[in-house]
Ligand binder design. Structure first.
Ligand SMILES: Cc1cc2nc3c(=O)[nH]c(=O)nc-3n(C[C@H](O)[C@H](O)[C@H](O)COP(=O)(O)O)c2cc1C
Length: 381
């Protein structure tokens, strides 16, 4: 894919001394489940590359192991790579490294899970020429997370990044414990376990124990954003954001929360590898249309304002206000108002009864035209 970035915007990011041509890279999954898939990610415009998690043994993956939920989400029970480490070391990493060199972008290898797995596989990855190792704590109990990080730290000298999972516990606390041993963090892995039932057959679409699977895609984005924020609050090291990135605005949001890169899995599976370049191009467009020249300018914008636990805003003395020039009389605001404060009879501009408005803010967030905002009451009366 030919990626057209805005000429006036710099998307290059330097993370752990490696230059990523843009901040959108693959997350571990079948989208980078072989050298060929990694190649497609590079051709699709990814700013750096990453390979599917390997462990000491090939995974015995249940079948079926992926099902779509809603339009853009997935439940999966894929575990890690079904290819053996030998397949990766003799074939798949060579293809991945060749493409990384051709595009002059870094290659991250994902690995799991026990201290022994990491102590054995880590040095082999370093010798192979991998730039950065991302290790996953997804299947570890909380007590073993630190010993695993220590084992990898002692085994390699290239940068190591811990990929955190929401079910592991308080991510701020886990990041604080891991901080002395790692060079960065990735937040978050898929969320769960979760369950989906096909009501026509009365069974789960997944072939796992209990039919459980892990949720990914936009449904988990607010959780991922919060996790990036919580981890970025406790460390100066780079945090990679992942979870529900499907467009450029998502990248901006992750960066504002404190991310230094973002990863994409579900959108790449459902939309194909061109999605990396498309998301990067949209990121550049957003930056340019908002007067920024470099993605670094928006990094930590939210984090820096709220990192000490400040309350965002108090809307106690506010009321909804309709900008009549922007209102298109769609009546969405009146439908969702639980306080009868908004009225929008058919094809008429919405109006607010300030005596009923509780300043809950919902109408502001549902208006497709940006015609509503909260304003101080005094100004209105
Ligand atoms: C089918 C599938 C397989 C995955 N396999 C792995 C894996 O092997 N290792 C890993 O760390 N994360 C794995 N993940 C999690 C993703 O890397 C990512 O953290 C998560 O899906 C959230 O990002 P997304 O919303 O962009 O998919 C997998 C996700 C999916 C959907």
């Amino acid at each position: 894919m030919k990626v057209n970035f805005m000429e006036n915007v710099n998307l290059n990011v330097l993370v752990l001394k490696h230059n990523f041509r843009n901040p959108v890279i693959p997350a571990a999954g079948p989208n980078v489940g072989s050298g060929k898939m990694v190649q497609r990610a590079a051709q699709g415009g990814a700013g750096g590359l990453l390979t599917k998690t390997i462990s000491s043994l090939a995974a015995q993956v249940p079948h079926p192991n992926m099902a779509r939920f809603g339009k853009d989400n997935l439940l999966n029970t894929e575990l890690w790579s079904e290819l053996s480490p030998e397949d990766w070391f003799t074939h798949e990493y060579d293809i991945s490294l060749d493409i990384a060199h051709e595009y002059q972008i870094p290659l991250i290898a994902s690995v799991g899970y026990t201290a022994q797995d990491l102590a054995t596989l880590g040095p082999r990855l370093e010798q192979k020429g991998i730039d950065i190792i991302e290790f996953s704590i997804h299947y570890l109990d909380e007590k073993r997370v630190v010993e695993t990080a220590q084992a990898l730290r002692n085994a390699v000298s290239i940068p190591i990044v811990a990929k955190l999972s929401q079910h592991s516990g308080d991510l701020g606390e886990i990041a604080t414990l891991l901080n002395p041993y790692v060079d960065g963090f990735t937040c978050i892995n898929s969320f769960g376990p979760t369950l989906m039932i096909d009501i026509e057959t009365g069974t789960s679409p997944l072939g796992s124990q209990n039919g459980y699977g892990w949720l990914s895609g936009p449904s988990i984005k607010p959780l991922a954003i919060r996790s990036v924020f919580e981890v970025a609050r406790v460390t100066d090291k780079p945090v990679i954001g992942v979870g529900g990135v499907i467009c450029g605005e998502d990248v901006i949001e992750f960066f504002m929360a404190g991310a230094s890169l973002v990863e994409v899995c579900t959108a790449a599976i459902l939309k194909g590898p061109d999605v990396y370049g498309k998301i990067a191009a949209e990121t550049a467009q957003w930056l340019e249309s908002h007067g920024y020249h470099d993605i670094e300018e928006i990094k930590g914008l939210y984090l820096n304002k709220y990192r000490h636990g400040q309350t965002v805003v108090t809307a106690v003395n506010q009321t909804a206000y309709v900008d009549e020039m922007k209102c298109k009389a769609c009546s969405q605001c009146a439908k969702v108002c639980q306080f009868d404060a908004l009225s929008a009879p058919l094809k008429q501009i919405a109006s607010v009864n300030v005596n009923c408005c509780s300043a809950c803010g919902l109408c502001v967030s549902v208006c497709p035209f940006g015609a509503l905002e909260l304003r101080p009451r005094l100004q209105e009366n």
